[in-house]
Write a protein that binds this ligand. Structure first.
Ligand code: 13P
Length: 386
């Protein structure tokens, strides 16, 4: 198999204390490395965060579990953090995470999710993130302006430009090949999906030099991943085939599953119970996630990064509904903030444990076998630290 001519990732780059490229963390996951031990393969969930509260929740979950962490920011999240200016958003969130991360003994990657190198505004965000973040996604697989799949040669050329810029700086780059259905971001939606083609995969990996790839194998973004009452089926066989091919090109290439939210039944039930008599109760009942056995199938095939956003948003909203139902006259924002932050922290802990991402940088501070995910109890009770 021929080798890529793209620049290699600069692994000697020193990031601020507590930060690391997503690739370095994910390579440990693929190789089952925790501390000085090599065990079974695990995956790292990438959590999409849109508020400082969510950043706090994720960082405390990583700290409690001694887990590697990936915090993912979409363009629209950066825009909202920056009061409309995504570049300002990049600086604000990076400064914030840097201050936090140096107090912890775990490693965290700050990742741009679905950055595009197609639009002028998208390019500016990618360039700003190259200076502050530790990992970039260059999603040039869909031409959202013209609502079509991007021709392969254009996807390759644009992604390669990002690799040329980011790899010498030590940042990992994630490319996307194929079209994923659902809503990635407020301005990037696709109604249909196409599977990744193995021949195109080989050309894409060799010509772009990306070390992280999001192939499309049937996952979907958002809370409606299928018809109510049906089960989502991913193309696990294709995943094995694509990973085998990628491994033969470079075993350090890592696969990423987008749309990996499982939707926790206990969260949905909690919201449904608290929404008796409300029109939105049926909407909650109709949400469809991907069952964990499907995501486990991907991890077994070798996927290392599992992107989850929707299930954590649902946890937040469910906890807020519950807190307001209990008492909606507490005129103190912190009361509702505490309820939602603790719930989202539980949601993150749950997924990190499911993915096997704990005890990586230090022993977990909680007993992972006793953790109880329940929005009806506080975090200290859920984690057994009361
Ligand atoms: P979910 O909508 O399944 O959470 O997926 C999120 C995602 O893939 C972000 O890139």
């Amino acid at each position: 198999m021929s080798k890529s001519t793209a620049p290699k990732i600069n692994t000697t780059r020193k990031f601020p204390d507590g930060l690391a490229s997503a690739h370095s963390l994910l390579l440990n996951a693929k190789n089952g490395v925790k501390g000085n031990h090599k065990g079974t393969r695990y995956a790292i969930p990438a959590f999409n965060v849109t508020t400082f509260q969510a950043i706090n929740s994720a960082l405390s979950a990583f700290d409690m579990l001694g887990s590697s962490g990936i915090l993912a920011f979409s363009n629209s999240a950066l825009k909202s953090f920056g009061g409309g200016d995504p570049i300002f958003g990049v600086d604000l969130v990076t400064n914030y995470i840097e201050q936090w991360a140096k107090r912890l003994k775990v490693k965290v990657a700050i990742h741009l999710d679905h950055g595009d190198y197609i639009s002028e505004s998208g390019k500016k965000v990618v360039q700003a993130c190259a200076l502050r973040f530790t990992s970039l996604m260059a999603d040039n697989s869909t031409d959202h302006k013209n609502e079509r799949a991007m021709p392969l040669k254009d996807n390759i050329q644009l992604t390669r430009e990002v690799v040329n810029m980011a790899h010498p700086l030590g940042l990992s780059v994630e490319g996307e090949l194929g079209v994923l259905a659902g809503e990635e971001d407020e301005d990037t939606k696709s109604d249909h999906s196409t599977y990744t083609n193995p021949e195109e995969l080989e050309q894409f990996l060799l010509e772009t030099g990306v070390l992280m790839l999001a192939p499309t194998i049937g996952t979907m973004h958002g809370p409606n991943k299928g018809k109510p009452g049906t089960k989502v089926k991913l193309n696990i066989q294709l995943s094995h085939e694509l990973l085998k091919l990628a491994d033969s090109i470079n075993p350090e290439i890592l696969f990423v599953a987008h749309g990996a939210s499982t939707l926790y039944p206990e969260v949905v039930q909690f919201a449904v119970n608290n929404l008796e008599g409300h029109a939105s109760q049926q909407k909650w009942k109709d949400f469809v996630g991907t069952d964990w056995d499907q995501i486990e199938g991907l991890i077994g095939a070798g996927f290392s990064k599992i992107n989850t956003d929707t299930e954590n948003r649902q946890t937040y909203v469910a906890a807020l509904i519950g807190a307001l139902k209990k008492d909606s006259a507490k005129i103190d924002i912190r009361h509702y903030d505490k309820a939602t932050t603790e719930a989202v922290t539980q949601s993150y802990i749950k997924k990190l444990i499911m993915a096997g991402s704990y005890g990586v940088w230090h022993e977990p501070k909680i007993d992972v076998n006793k953790f109880k995910f329940d929005l009806g109890i506080d975090l200290a009770t859920a984690t057994g630290t009361k």
